[in-house]
Design a protein around this ligand. Structure first.
Ligand code: AGP
Length: 607
């Protein structure tokens, strides 16, 4: 998520903007900028890179002025660059924006058709044109012009606007991307998150969906998109500054577990064409007529997503898929060649083993698609195409929201390939699209059951070993559950195919071994049930993840965690959540460094 700060009051605004943006730095960004109103004009200073580079430019230009806005950009569309950095200015209107405007192409084409020129490939410039267009069309105020402009916009936005001709106010608007007003004495603030302005005031007014407003020195006002006034009392924030960076959560990992429904929503946004029952993937141009085989290559948690991807793509698109670890692929003289596609899955886009696999594939004549979370990182830059997950910066070393957005992206890819190859009918595609759109709410429901997982973590957290079992598309989730527990609690844990347990690991089973069994309704359910009974017959303690309404497993297991029903293809998006929470709460009880576990790095850029 990008960072936004705005100030209107008696003080010089530039230091306030920079200090506020620094308090949002932990979330990651790749460019920054400020716009300050000064003597009837706008001083616009932007740069690719970090705030330190922006401060260097500001030291040279020294904008003075008491009304201004600042932004740090985490690129989702358009590579990191000065011209893509926010704020964007059009005829005296300056805008910063967080979110994704779904109908950006339609709006851009209309505006260009009317002779308007664009200097960037970003969404906020479109909004600046729309507001300028409304002002030139007679809108009496900046607030009204912004309201009219947003009536044409579809998608997620947190928008903050300045206008040279009315230098006493800042206009704000929010839909699906957070924005908060800070109410001071004779001065007011706006920010994308509390930490940016907590040093100046604790009186915060959180904007809600579809609200537009303005702040001046003297006060603020809110309206809805129809222009109806809104009044709401501000909240008094009691968090410490450190807690505020985690939005009140104890750790970034817990915050990111809770962010997953929104992260999946943002990753799906603008890519599901329900009318045509298809999926659009920006600049991806895979020729399914010549596509012979697909290789999914990744490391760690991303490799677990790749393993799920094999089930999705072979099952939905009926294209052969081979999955490999980055560190193995590049040393086995792989048979990849012309007509093959390598899909590199990586949160950071910098993992050396995966990057090496990408280069090996290209060198052997294969095409490469990167599924990454960091725009313009090394792996997308080395690939032919990129499909970005819009999880926002993932701070916790243990990957959670990046993983579920990778699953969402791989599902989109499977539908895209299946529709183009003809393996997936429009009816089946529509049904799966419908289930996909319903998945964030179901994820929210599972995460809402965290209190039960908290109890299980206390009950079983003293065990020395854990075994995780799953079948089919849930087998990689068993691996992921074990990795999450290992990497943040330092307990030994193993993920295994449920059907394979009787070929060895069953020797481990006794009354001291908790066994997490993924047993949702669907393919292989009956077989998993017998595996569960094999565990019980040897006194193992079974924690079963089952579909709501399943009474059968409930009678057999020691503990039952419920998930809502969904398509078997989408079950991993739900079954992984209790395992993330179990690992988190066990680690938290043990007092390990959950966000920065020992020996681990967030991005492994060495082989
Ligand atoms: C996941 O919890 C780990 N931090 C680690 O396994 C990670 O998934 C792996 O290093 C791959 O990183 P990437 O997704 O950035 O390529």
């Amino acid at each position: 998520m990008c960072g936004i700060v705005g100030y209107v009051g008696p003080r010089q605004c530039t230091p306030i903007l920079i200090e506020g943006l620094k308090r949002l730095e932990y979330r990651g960004y790749d460019s920054a900028g400020v716009a300050v109103l000064e003597g009837g004009t706008t001083r616009l200073v932007r740069t690719r890179g970090k705030l330190s580079a922006l401060e260097t430019l500001l030291a040279e230009s020294k904008p003075t002025g008491t009304v201004g806005i600042g932004h740090t950009r985490w690129a989702t569309h358009g590579r990191p660059s000065e011209e893509n950095a926010h704020p964007h200015r059009v005829n005296g209107v300056s805008v910063v924006h967080n979110g994704i405007i779904e109908n950006h192409m339609t709006l851009r084409q209309r505006l260009q058709g009317q002779g308007r020129k664009f200097s960037s490939e970003t969404d906020p410039e479109i909004v600046a044109h729309l507001i300028d267009e409304a002002l030139q069309g007679g809108a009496p105020t900046l607030l009204e012009a912004t309201r009219r402009a947003l009536g044409q916009v579809e998608g997620a936005y947190a928008i903050v606007v300045l206008w040279e001709k009315d230098p006493e106010r800042i206009v704000v608007a929010k839909n699906a991307s957070p924005l908060v007003l800070g109410l001071g004495e004779g001065e007011n603030f706006v920010a994308s998150d509390v930490p940016a302005i907590l040093a100046h005031t604790r009186s915060m007014l959180f904007l809600e969906e579809g609200e537009v407003g303005e702040i001046t020195r003297a006060g603020h006002q809110l309206i809805d998109l129809k222009g109806k006034p809104i009044t709401r009392a501000p909240k008094q924030i009691t968090w410490s500054a450190v807690m505020a960076e985690k939005a009140g959560y104890k750790h970034f990992m817990l915050k990111e577990i809770h962010e997953q429904p929104r992260a999946v929503t943002d990753t799906l946004r603008g890519r599901l064409e329900l009318e045509e029952a298809s999926v659009t993937l920006e600049d991806v141009a895979i020729n399914t007529k010549t596509l012979k085989k697909l290789y999914l290559v990744a490391c760690g948690t991303s490799w677990h997503a790749a393993l799920c991807g094999k089930f999705l793509i072979e099952g939905i698109a009926r294209i052969p898929v081979e999955v490999d670890l980055g560190s193995e692929f590049r040393y086995r003289d792989p048979l990849i060649g012309k007509g093959d596609l390598l899909v590199a899955v990586s949160q950071s886009g910098e993992t050396a083993d995966t990057l090496a696999a990408v280069r090996e594939a290209k060198q052997k004549g294969g095409k490469v698609l990167a599924i990454a979370n960091v725009v313009d990182s090394s792996i997308p830059r080395a690939s032919d195409w990129s499909l970005y997950t819009h999880a926002g910066p993932e701070i916790g070393v243990a990957s959670t929201k990046a993983f579920t957005t990778q699953l969402a992206a791989l599902t989109l890819l499977a539908i895209h390939l299946g529709r183009r190859s003809g393996a997936l009918s429009p009816e089946s595609a529509r049904q799966l699209q419908g289930e996909l759109l319903a998945i964030p709410a179901k994820m929210q429901e599972v995460i809402g059951g965290a209190a039960q997982i908290h109890v299980l973590a206390r009950r079983y957290g003293q065990a020395r070993d854990f075994l995780f079992l799953g079948r089919g598309i849930n087998y990689p989730i068993a691996l992921e559950g074990a990795l999450k527990l290992k990497e943040i609690s330092y307990l030994h844990a193993e993920g295994y195919p449920a059907g394979e347990m009787k070929h060895g690991p069953i020797a481990l089973i006794d009354e001291h071994l908790p066994v997490v069994v993924l047993a949702p309704q669907g393919p292989g359910y009956e077989k998993v049930l017998s595996n569960l009974q094999e565990v019980k017959a040897r006194e193992g303690k079974v924690i079963a993840v089952v579909t709501r309404g399943d009474a059968e497993v409930g009678a057999l297991a020691d503990e039952v965690v419920l998930i809502p029903p969904t398509s078997p293809w989408l079950q991993p998006l739900l079954t992984v959540l209790p395992l993330q929470l179990l690992a988190y709460h066990i680690a938290d009880f043990k007092g390990t460094d959950v966000d920065q576990p020992r020996n681990l790095a967030k991005s492994v850029t060495v082989e």
